[in-house]
Design a protein around this ligand. Structure first.
Ligand code: NAD
Length: 459
């Protein structure tokens, strides 16, 4: 895991305590008391629900499947967060992810709180009929605590639009006559899903990078130069430079990052390496991303993994061991596969100058500290991969109004929302000593604290 979310929240509060512009009306003992109060509110979830879903299997066996819903905080709006179907998911992980959702929504000013769900199964071990029943039971067992104005789940690892459609249908049956389109997001388009939802995370990840390396850098070059800040100097050194890029993961998030980078007119990008669960493909002259996306679409999502498949895909590339991608000499490394990919054993060999987190927690806490000491620019998950939850918010609004946006409208609103966050956190990052991750946490905790204080909840 990346440095525990809770401990970064504590560090953010310490930083805010010293900041005289933060809640200046609170002084001395009152200030200490308020900060203690925020600390306890944010470091514990409001509710942890656990049930054992009873499931008759097709083979006649009956099993009880542990399932969770954690509601961390709803001061900014209804609880919101995905449901993960995975055999290793556990209560602590779900609490940590729910906390991250509270902070992600706060930093991007999305009017939702934070929640997360988990079901301890490997979905590959179940028939479709059984998975359908697991989804229905999840909704039945937690039907009192979810709903469009209470808690709105979405897909996560092991779940997709199919499961959200099933769950919404069950919610509708349990609550006849009530509004139901906003009860789940990440649904299929015909069931009230949003155009642009599938590509939103990858597009947002790439935009967080492009905005920093192009828009922000060009608009603020002189200001950056005057900051005497090592991160700012590293950024200036990349101005107008051709950029060699490596992307770990070529699924929903990684392939969209690749296609955005491939056709970006603002930066001189060359994608020299991509990887998936099997291989790394390398070409110093740049890989043909369009051909590779076409190939994976007809190959269960997998990249060509041997010479024969490369030939079939009509791709020139060198095949390398999968994890070699991480330590290649590139300017930019996008991480869009799994958590804990950069860790104590490989952190010394990371050469990329900029690292962008498309996946959640792809850098361990120790590696994060180490890379920040080396002044690598890291665009963290909380900032970069929020496109999914932002477009989920648009989906929820469209469901309420039963009025749907075009894909361009969704994308433009997504970029507009993310840009507003970048305009707050990028100038801070390039002018103080905190990492970008810490700056995002400080911003999120500040927003939550001020709202709590103004609602009279800091007693
Ligand atoms: P996906 O299942 O579509 O794709 C995952 C990709 O990673 C596949 O190409 C797979 O082959 C590859 N992969 C698996 N193990 C690998 C390894 N060891 N090395 C290199 N590649 C490997 O998943 P996704 O939706 O693209 O999500 C990727 C990550 O982003 C996940 O960690 C997910 O939690 C996170 N995320 C996704 C979204 C979203 O909206 N999809 C939102 C936020 C965060």
């Amino acid at each position: 895991m990346t440095k525990n979310t809770g401990s970064i929240v504590h560090e953010s509060l310490d930083a805010l305590f010293e900041d005289s512009t933060f809640l200046p009306e609170l002084q001395n003992e009152e200030r200490e008391k308020a900060l203690r109060s925020i600390r306890s509110i944010l470091s514990t979830p409001n509710h942890v629900y656990k049930s054992f879903l009873r499931l008759p299997l097709n083979n006649g066996e009956i099993v009880r499947i542990p399932a969770f819903r954690v509601q961390h905080n709803n001061i900014l709006g209804a609880y919101k967060g995905g449901i993960r179907f995975h055999e290793t998911v556990n209560e602590d992980e779900v609490i940590n992810l729910a906390t991250l959702m509270t902070l992600k929504n706060a930093v991007h000013d999305v009017p939702f709180g934070g929640a997360k769900g988990g079901v301890i199964i490997n979905p590959r071990n179940f028939e479709n009929e059984e998975l359908n029943l697991i989804c229905k039971k999840y909704v039945r067992y937690f039907s009192d605590i979810i709903g469009p104005d209470k808690d709105i789940p979405a897909p996560d690892m092991g779940t997709s639009e199919r499961e959200m459609d099933w769950m919404m249908a069950e919610y509708k049956s349990i609550h006849p006559g009530e509004s139901y389109l906003g009860s789940f997001t990440g649904k299929s388009i015909v069931n009230g899903g949003s155009l642009g939802r599938k590509t939103a995370t990858g597009k947002g990840v790439y935009y967080s990078f492009r905005y920093m390396l192009y828009d922000f850098l060009n608009q603020n070059k002189d200001w950056l130069g005057s900051q005497n800040n090592q991160y700012a100097n590293k950024l200036i050194a990349l101005k107008n430079k051709p950029l060699n890029i490596a992307i770990q993961g070529f699924g929903n998030v990684g392939s969209i990052i690749a296609s955005e980078a491939f056709r970006c007119q603002y930066l001189e990008n060359k994608i020299i390496a991509i990887s998936d669960r099997n291989v790394t493909l390398f070409h110093s002259g740049g890989l043909d991303i369009t051909k590779l996306i076409n190939y994976t679409q007809g190959n269960y999502g997998d990249l060509p993994k041997n010479e024969k498949e490369l030939e079939k895909a009509n791709i020139s590339a060198k095949i390398m061991p999968r994890d070699d991608l991480l330590t290649l000499d590139v300017d930019v490394l996008f991480l869009a596969a799994l958590e804990d990919q950069i860790h104590i054993n490989n952190m010394n060999n990371i050469k990329a100058k900029v690292i962008v987190e498309g996946a959640n927690s792809p850098i361990t806490g120790k590696a994060d500290l180490f890379l920040n000491k080396k002044k690598k620019i890291i665009i963290p998950d909380i900032l970069a991969n929020a496109g999914g939850v932002i477009v989920s918010y648009f989906e929820w609004m469209q469901g309420r109004d039963t009025k749907f946006y075009t894909e361009d409208e969704v994308n433009n609103q997504l970029f507009e929302k993310m840009k507003k966050t970048f305009e707050i956190v990028y100038p801070k990052y390039f002018s103080d000593h905190f990492s970008l991750r810490e700056n995002c946490y400080i911003q999120a905790v500040m927003k939550l604290s001020i709202v709590l204080y103004k609602q009279g909840k800091l007693y």
